[in-house]
Design a protein around this ligand. Structure first.
Ligand code: ATP
Ligand code: MG
Length: 383
């Protein structure tokens, strides 16, 4: 073994009694992410991933960094536990050119090693200074910290820490159902909820032939991007053409958006309940469009049969876009597409709907029949 990956997780949230559940889940999620590319185990508040012979370490790190619950990961060189070898390895593995100040930090887990941690740091510091005499030791604010860990299996050497996603391990916070469109917002909302540890399914409404096969593929691509973080996701694809056409034919135009959103909410809640989810999630942000005013959200929520979380509610579009870029969904989200919502959108949607008026309009259609029909025709795709 030439290199090993060290994985650190949040220590504050670990103080409670659930510590072991959290750790075991994280280890098993990391195992699932790396497959047989690495052997994963835990020891003293660190998780180790030992790459298999010939494994692509960069690719492994990328997979690991997507797993929720990891604060940071480091890629470390592994060598024999003697000072001379460690010194040589530090000089060949850590890039010190262009640096002015450094410090060495040692952890000695293997107490049989003859030198104590500060002594090891001093020795290795000496070796570095011999080769780079212009460098200075700065223990307070060094440009680079050379870490040495002396463990049973060998000495580990590393410098850079790579930030992970943070959050809680997937599976530690129940299950939710994301309403996933092809836009920018809903994948970000899904990411934010999933980061808190929820398992996630998604429901997508599409209206063929008004929306294309391509638009559906794009949504599946977005689900695949989210699945890199969550380990997998089931997408429930709901055909929504008949429902929309019936509303358009029978209900006042200005109510169409809100009626459609109420029907989407009810269908999503039922699919969520059937799949064991305890909440639905949308990408709404207050005031962004007509259906996202306080009044419209209130009227939509009135038909929800479980909590609806809107993690983006207080965020500006720019903040949302920044997250979308970071998580890798932005480029896919901005591909041109049609959404079923935009196709039947009225010219002058009500922005302050009143529930009594909306219920009157709703009475003009067979809500229950349309919901049943949609659920019957739903197809389920695992990504
Ligand atoms: P997004 O960028 O996520 O598409 P948006 O700003 O376009 O959001 P709306 O079209 O009003 O806003 O949709 C608000 C929310 O409703 C979306 O974030 C998503 O959660 C849900 N939604 C909209 N269209 C669909 C759809 N076709 N299938 C499933 N959910 C949808
Ligand atoms: Mg949208």
């Amino acid at each position: 073994m030439q290199e090993i990956i060290l994985i650190k997780y949040g220590e504050i949230i670990l103080k409670g009694l659930n510590r072991h559940i959290f750790e075991d889940r994280l280890v098993s999620n990391i195992r699932k992410a790396v497959g047989d590319g690495a052997r994963v185990y835990k020891s003293r508040a660190t998780i180790y991933a030992e790459p298999q012979e010939g494994a692509d370490v960069d690719a492994l790190i990328q997979k690991i960094l997507h797993v929720f619950g990891i604060v940071y990961a480091v890629r470390a060189a592994v060598c024999e536990k003697d000072l001379k070898t460690i010194g040589e390895k530090v000089l060949s593995y850590i890039n010190l050119t262009g640096k002015k100040t450094f410090k060495v930090e040692t952890k000695r887990a293997d107490k049989t090693f003859p030198l104590k941690s500060p002594e090891i740091s001093a020795e290795i510091g000496g070796i570095i200074l011999e080769k780079y005499p212009h460098l200075a030791v700065d223990v307070r604010n060094p440009e680079i910290t050379v870490n040495v860990e002396i463990r049973e299996a060998g000495a580990y050497i590393y410098a850079d820490k790579i930030r992970g996603q943070g959050g809680m391990p997937t599976g530690s916070a129940g299950k939710v159902m994301l309403l996933l469109s092809g836009g920018i917002d809903s994948p970000v909302a899904g990411y934010m909820m999933a980061r808190r540890g929820t398992v996630m399914d998604a429901v997508h409404f599409f209206s063929p032939p008004f929306t294309s096969e391509k638009a559906k593929e794009k949504v599946l691509d977005l689900a695949r991007i989210l699945a890199r973080y969550t380990g997998g996701m089931r997408v429930h694809i709901v055909p929504f053409t008949k429902q929309q056409l019936q509303m358009k034919a029978k209900c006042p135009a200005e109510h169409l958006t809100i009626l459609m959103r109420r029907m989407m909410m009810q269908i999503a809640c039922r699919i969520a309940a059937e799949s064991g989810a305890g909440a639905v999630v949308t990408g709404e942000s207050l005031g962004q469009v007509a259906s996202q005013t306080l009044e419209a959200i209130g009227v939509t929520d009135a038909c929800a049969t479980m909590p609806c979380f809107r993690p983006l509610i207080g965020m500006d579009k720019e903040d949302i876009i920044a997250v979308a870029r970071r998580i890798g969904s932005f480029e896919t989200s901005i591909l041109p597409y049609e959404d079923c919502c935009t196709i039947f959108v009225p010219k002058h949607p009500t922005t302050k709907p009143r529930i009594e008026k909306i219920l009157e309009s709703e009475a003009l259609i067979d809500v229950e029949g349309l919901i049943q029909k949609a659920i019957e025709e739903t197809v389920h795709i695992d990504v």
